[in-house]
Design a protein around this ligand. Structure first.
Ligand code: C2O
Ligand code: CU
Length: 472
């Protein structure tokens, strides 16, 4: 499915100032920030007079939900209230929190029942760009809008004129402007690339607008909040420098083409605006079709202010992480099988060996090492490892689809791609793997507990692509 957009853009209602998301927005209750998950309405369409609001599920009434902003080392105290008609939980994607705060319903906590609440409290360990989202029935709850951005400020952030967070999402919206119940969980979505939307938003808006001036330096924090769609994000002709992936500093590098962002991933870019006063720069999102304008940076008429001098190199400090002990790695393989046009012959589900057809009758399509994962049956981990050991996971994608593997509670380093040392040994928490690709990641298992490891194409996770690791 390609993304379409009615091209008649209503400018008035959509124009926002430099900072679209407010800074430290808190709905405070005695030191607790409330995140109430409940039905709400959002203007996801263009905002023309006959455009309906779309019924969504949201944190504090907006999509994305209440933007969270912390300082590194600060104590986060967040109270989830469940105003939905189904159980829910919140996961702090990419943050190395204590296991009991990780928010994985069925593994680290029981799902929070309708009307109940749950207190999340942890010290925010790392600076960077993160996000939070529902982790119960996430294939439905995230798709309906239960996600938000979470930024942890650096002690010495790079100097920029605008620090902007852009949460990119695709929605599956019918002609009546609504998300329909029967658009979830189809065998087609489970067995192919996942649930693709037909409507693109940035920060819940169709074509988000940002006011800038010629010569400004931007920091863009990009998040792919879609269930399954991989975006190629193109800011040309502007030159962008990548400074972080998944909140983790990288050796700054110029992008020489569009940035590929898989579901769950984040990227921080520094962009120096070079256009003339009065012109505009467009962020285009490409995903298996024509480019779609996702956001526009509109230059005012002022001549550029004084440019921020210097290049963004070396701007971010690396987080505290024990080094990998390359000589003593615990090695673990992970074979990914299944899906449409795959060659999986059988798989295990709830202790029984089954044919792909039998698996399908349980909604299972994919396996890791021959096992179809299920959140109601988290008995056997992929690996039990002693705390402090270095772990290498050698993954092979023997399917016809890309997958975005996400590890909870840790950051990992991409060590090898197809048995060759990776060119950029980046640290991240979610990595994209193409069909037929082999990838080796390494991390120090220093956070005790039960950690989920799954594909962030949320339909794939639901249909079997999930396992976990126990750090003892
Ligand atoms: Cu972003 Cu297991 O999740
Ligand atoms: Cu997948």
């Amino acid at each position: 499915m390609t993304i379409t957009r009615r091209q008649f853009l209503q400018t008035a209602a959509l124009t926002t100032g430099g900072l679209l998301l407010p800074g430290v927005a808190r709905s405070d209750e005695g030191g607790w920030t409330r995140l109430r998950a409940a039905p709400a309405e959002a203007m996801l369409l263009d905002g023309k007079p006959d455009d309906p609001m779309t019924a969504v599920w949201a944190y504090e009434g907006t999509v994305p939900g209440l933007p969270l902003r912390f300082r590194k080392g600060e104590r986060a105290k967040i109270r989830l209230q469940n105003g939905l008609e189904q159980p829910t939980s919140i996961h702090w994607h990419g943050l190395r929190v204590p296991n009991a705060m990780d928010g994985v319903a069925g593994l680290t906590q029981a799902a929070v029942e309708p009307g109940d609440s749950f207190d999340y409290e942890f010290v925010v360990p790392d600076s960077g760009t993160y996000w939070y989202h529902s982790h119960n029935r996430s294939w439905e709850q995230v798709a309906r809008g239960l996600y938000g951005t979470l930024v942890v400020e650096e002690e010495n952030p790079p100097a920029v004129d605008h620090d902007l967070t852009l949460a990119i999402d695709d929605w599956r919206i019918a002609d009546d402007g609504q998300i329909h119940e029967d658009s979830f969980g189809s065998m087609m979505d489970l067995s192919h690339a996942g649930r693709m939307g037909n409507w693109l938003t940035v920060n819940g808006k169709s074509l988000a607008k940002f006011n800038v001036s010629a010569g400004d330096r931007l920091r863009l924090r990009l998040l792919n909040a879609a269930n399954a769609r991989i975006f190629d994000l193109d800011l040309s002709p502007a030159e962008s420098t990548l400074i972080a992936l998944d909140g983790q500093p990288v050796t700054p590098r110029r992008l020489d083409g569009p940035l590929k962002l898989a579901p769950g991933q984040r990227a921080d870019l520094i962009v120096d605006l070079t256009g003339e006063p009065g012109s505009r720069l467009v962020l285009n999102a490409v995903s298996g079709g024509d480019p779609v304008e996702a956001a526009v940076f509109e230059y005012d008429q002022t001549e550029g202010r004084d440019r921020i001098a210097g290049r963004p190199e070396g701007a971010l400090e690396a987080p505290q992480r024990p080094p990998l002990d390359h000589a003593n790695m615990v090695e673990q393989g992970l074979l990914m099988e299944g899906g449409a046009m795959g060659r999986m012959e059988s798989g295990r589900f709830q202790g029984q060996e089954m044919t792909p057809r039998e698996l399908m009758s349980f909604g299972k399509i994919w396996t890791f090492n021959g096992v179809a994962g299920d959140m109601s049956d988290m008995h056997d981990p992929l690996l039990r490892v002693e705390r402090g050991r270095s772990v290498a996971i050698d993954m092979f994608n023997d399917t016809r689809f890309p997958h975005a593997m996400h590890l909870h509670g840790h950051h990992f380093q991409v060590l090898e791609i197809d048995r060759e040392p990776a060119r950029h040994q980046d640290w991240m928490d979610t990595v994209l793997m193409f069909p037929g690709e082999r990838l080796k990641i390494g991390f120090v298992a220093d956070n005790p507990g039960k950690w989920l490891f799954h594909c962030h194409m949320l339909e794939h996770h639901a249909a079997g692509m999930g396992t976990w690791l126990e750090v003892g």
